[in-house]
Write a protein that binds this ligand. Structure first.
Ligand code: C2E
Ligand code: CA
Ligand code: CA
Length: 522
């Protein structure tokens, strides 16, 4: 695909370009033909002007002058003088005393305009080439005329037709269309390739020119343009192919790295305590995954979680997390109903194995009688809502709790709050941060809190970092506090120790004691 893309692009580009090219060629050819025809007309009218002083004179007196003038331009078939619509004197004696319409074998307009010209396919006595006739009839009845052999133009058209396959036609006045003598069959479209046509007309004389190029001409131009750009297209193809290959390899290798990370036990779980305001002690903890590469380099959870989600690796990774937690908690001693928060991604929720994964985990840690809380984001509830609601309902009947994580950041409608079985709402740190020491208003936070109360959901405030935030939240009946103020996420060992010393203390006292310890240190 990556290789074909630049080729297709160049194919398209050269197609458009070749159409333009053929159009420009047609334009140039038409302009050239028009110039030729204009020059012929210009000569003709000059000749007629030169004949003007001879008007009305006796034919015998002027016949020498006529011959002399006629010889001046090779392509005059005949020149002469008219009286009304009759030729009364002509350089070609055969035309003398004959009606003009008789010679051109078509009727003249009822009233001849002062200057009149016409292209004629066939005139009397001349069977080979078309003719152009020019007539000047001033109002006094006397006039001048010139008949021009159009072979000169036909030769030009023949040359163009032979060289490029273009079909040229020239029309003078309302006359016949003059074309190359050996015209090929009319041009027709050939599939994608269409006949190109161009019209132009003179601003000085009533001359119209049409040029058409056969479809094959466009094909040829296209081929030529494509061959010109082919090296570039091939270069781009190679570059694209290399870039895609590299990208895919990186993608693959990241997936491999995640797999390797799991196999090499590079992942571990940190636990962040959650403070229960009513119970005045640590009532639970959230399990947070950590990845420390074998080279000692830590990878941020939001980075590898997002990557695992993008690479379809989040399910195996969560299954791994569940195994790690199962191991960790074997050494825990916690009261019944200690909350254990687990983050679950949208993809896992939609997976058919989701329920069995959670059930298996619940069975493994059953001895601790945890209150397992699944932390879901708003986004994960929206897609395939009904099936997800059914699964959550089922797990809930088995004693598992459901929390909405990062509430208010999912950019989605709140309607799901009514259709899903929920227990907790976790207020995102972003809203907690709006509580400022200056005591400014926090309308959104207040709305979220009152919404949760009205929906009878328990509230966990995330990212609580200051005493002010704690005070504000407890004053507003927020039941659970999570954040650096209370405790940071800790590895299993540190968490066990922390829980032993601090887990049962109220938050104020805990802060107090912590401060006392700091004072002691000083
Ligand atoms: P989260 O679920 O919102 O987790 C809370 C995050 O806030 C954690 O970041 C935690 O360290 C951090 N945090 C807690 N208290 C404070 C505080 O007072 N101040 C500040 N600034 N931050 C605080 P962490 O561990 O980096 O996790 C980031 C995110 O990665 C998590 O956000 C969660 O969405 C995801 N994540 C982590 N572990 C897992 C997992 O096992 N499964 C899934 N699906 N996602 C996970
Ligand atoms: Ca969470
Ligand atoms: Ca959160």
């Amino acid at each position: 695909m990556a290789g074909a893309f630049p080729l297709l692009l160049v194919l398209l580009f050269t197609f458009v370009e070749s159409r333009q090219l053929v159009k420009r060629d047609l334009e140039a050819t038409a302009t050239l033909a028009l110039n030729q025809a204009e020059s012929v007309a210009d000569h003709a009218w000059s000749m007629l002007k030169a004949l003007q002083p001879l008007q009305g004179k006796s034919c015998d007196d002027i016949s020498d002058e006529l011959q002399r003038l006629n010889a001046r331009f090779a392509y005059f078939r005949a020149i002469g003088l008219t009286n009304g619509k009759t030729i009364y004197c002509s350089s070609l004696s055969a035309y003398a005393s004959r009606n003009i319409s008789d010679i051109i074998m078509m009727p003249l307009p009822a009233k001849l305009p002062p200057a009149w010209s016409l292209s004629i396919d066939q005139i009397k006595d001349v069977e080979v080439s078309p003719t152009l006739i020019f007539i000047r009839t001033p109002s006094n009845g006397w006039g001048t005329f010139g008949l021009i052999d159009a072979q000169y133009l036909v030769d030009f058209m023949n040359a163009v037709s032979k060289l490029r396959g273009f079909q040229l036609s020239i029309t003078l006045g309302d006359g016949d269309t003059i074309q190359a003598s050996h015209t090929t069959a009319a041009h027709t479209n050939e599939g994608w390739l269409s006949v190109a046509e161009y019209h132009t007309s003179s601003e000085l004389f009533p001359i119209a020119v049409t040029v058409t190029a056969p479809a094959t001409e466009m094909g040829k131009a296209w081929q030529l343009a494509f061959l010109t750009f082919l090296p570039l297209a091939l270069g781009l193809s190679a570059l694209f192919m290399f870039a895609t290959y590299y990208w895919r390899k990186r993608k693959l290798s990241f997936r491999d790295e995640l797999r390797r990370g799991i196999a090499n036990n590079e992942f571990s779980v940190y636990y962040q305590p959650v403070y229960g305001v009513d119970a005045q002690c640590c009532t639970g903890a959230e399990a947070l995954l950590r990845w420390r590469r074998s080279d000692g380099h830590w990878i941020r959870p939001d980075v590898f979680i997002a990557a695992a989600e993008a690479e379809n690796m989040i399910i195996p990774l969560t299954q791994h997390l569940l195994r790690l937690v199962e191991n960790d908690v074997t050494s825990w001693s916690v009261p019944p109903d200690f909350h254990l928060g687990l983050n679950v991604s949208a993809e896992h929720l939609q997976d058919s194995g989701f329920i069995s994964d959670i059930r298996r985990f619940a069975a493994k840690v059953a001895a601790h009688r945890f209150l397992i809380t699944l932390e879901l984001t708003e986004r994960s509830l929206i897609s395939e809502g009904e099936e997800v609601a059914r699964r959550l309902q089922q797990l809930r009947q088995e004693g598992i709790h459901i929390a909405i994580d990062d509430f208010g950041t999912g950019h989605c409608s709140l309607s799901y709050l009514q259709s899903f079985p929920l227990d907790y709402l976790k207020i995102d740190q972003g809203f907690v941060r709006t509580i400022s020491p200056q005591g400014e208003e926090t309308p959104i936070l207040d709305a979220i809190i009152s919404l949760a109360h009205r929906l009878k959901l328990q509230i966990v405030a995330e990212g609580v970092e200051t005493e002010q935030q704690l005070r504000y939240l407890t004053q507003h009946n927020v039941g659970y506090i999570q954040g650096f103020l209370y405790a940071r996420p800790m590895d299993n060992e540190n968490f066990t120790v922390w829980k032993h010393y601090h887990g049962k203390r109220p938050l104020d006292t805990h802060r107090h004691v912590a401060r006392e310890e700091e004072d002691d240190d000083e």
